[in-house]
Write a protein that binds this ligand. Sequence first.
Ligand code: AMP
Ligand code: MG
Length: 414
Amino acid sequence: MIPLEDVRAKVLGRVLRLDVIDVPIREALGLVLAEQVIAPDAVPPFPNTAMDGYAVRAADTAGATEESPVRLRVVGDLPAGHAPTVAVGPGEAIRIMTGAPMPDGADAIVIVELTTRDDDGADGGNGVFVQRESEPGRHVRAAGGDLRAGEIVFEPGTVLRPAHIGVLATVDAQTVRVYRPARVGVLSTGDELVESGPLAPGKIRDSNRPMLLSLLAQAGADPVDLGSAKDDEELMTATLDAAISECDVVLTSGGVSVGDYDYVSAALETIAAADPSGASIVEWYQVAIKPAKPLCIATVRGTPVFGLPGNPVSSMVSFELFARPALLAMMGHADPFRPEVIARVEGGLGRRPDGKVHFDRVRVRLDAGRYVVSGVRNQESNALASSAMAEGFAILPDGDGVPDGGDVTVMLIS
Ligand code: AMP
Ligand code: MG
């Protein structure tokens, strides 16, 4: 058996970053920026009001209280989206709405809640009583308060989340250069697999392919459904050969254990042997982990191939530990790993010493700010229904497990 970290280092050491493409920002969510973005102009572009109220000269409000308010003449009305046409002179105010530009002359906003209208006052004109003193700059958003013109907005390597997309629109970066999503083919293997419908004797429905295609979509890759291949070495070789030409990465599931009908490694070796460059590599490992011990990793004609184990839970664990980090690294992510946290174990996570690190599927919850985990009902590698509930994998080093109330490291997967 080979340690997990050694296999992971091999996998990550071999993958290459994909090329970059320009995409409209609406298609950029989850992708990694491959360029620096600079703000061409200030954000906000002009000084404006943060509140609905009155634009005033702060000095005019000196001494204003609820009992003895100051009366100002209202000389205009300014909604957002309109340029001011009049200035605020001494003793004057302009009714103003959030986002509207500060009119000339005004240096503060009095919020509407601290005013009362007085439209038929002594002078007969429009007026407003201000009930509290203001000071210059009060409730005024400065031009460039968020971004100055010429400022670096995002560095290359930024993973684009929804707020980033909003900022890109603000600075008029309608198209951005990002690392291309990997085209990842998913092939199931096994005579026993059917897609849907009633089951003939010995048959089961293919769960790995829809699961892996979903995991890929979630990782920001471009999943390609390659269907299912029968346990036939020649057929599998032809199918994989085509997939390797067509995709950036290929994932297979099943056919990598030591059974008599496990043809994935053999098929890959045949294809690798025919590579005229001689640079293709196929390796088959027994990784010192449970589940997901068998794994075939290959780089064939430059295309990484992951031969994941067939048992659905093993397939999922293997994807999380090896394929996902490799794909994220290819797509420009500086940190391709899932977050790990320390959690308190509820109910214990038992195991026996066997030279392997165990990845037990656990429910994860927060209790007064602390992570608490409990094992799912069935930890067998075929029991996907139990594992579907898991929000994390508890990482159990070789030994006797963790008792109730003990601490464990948990890799969070959702
Ligand atoms: P194998 O590694 O091909 O011997 O498969 C190990 C176990 O996983 C067997 O019980 C297979 O039936 C099962 N298996 C393989 N591929 C799939 C799949 N795509 N969906 C569900 N179960 C599978
Ligand atoms: Mg099989």
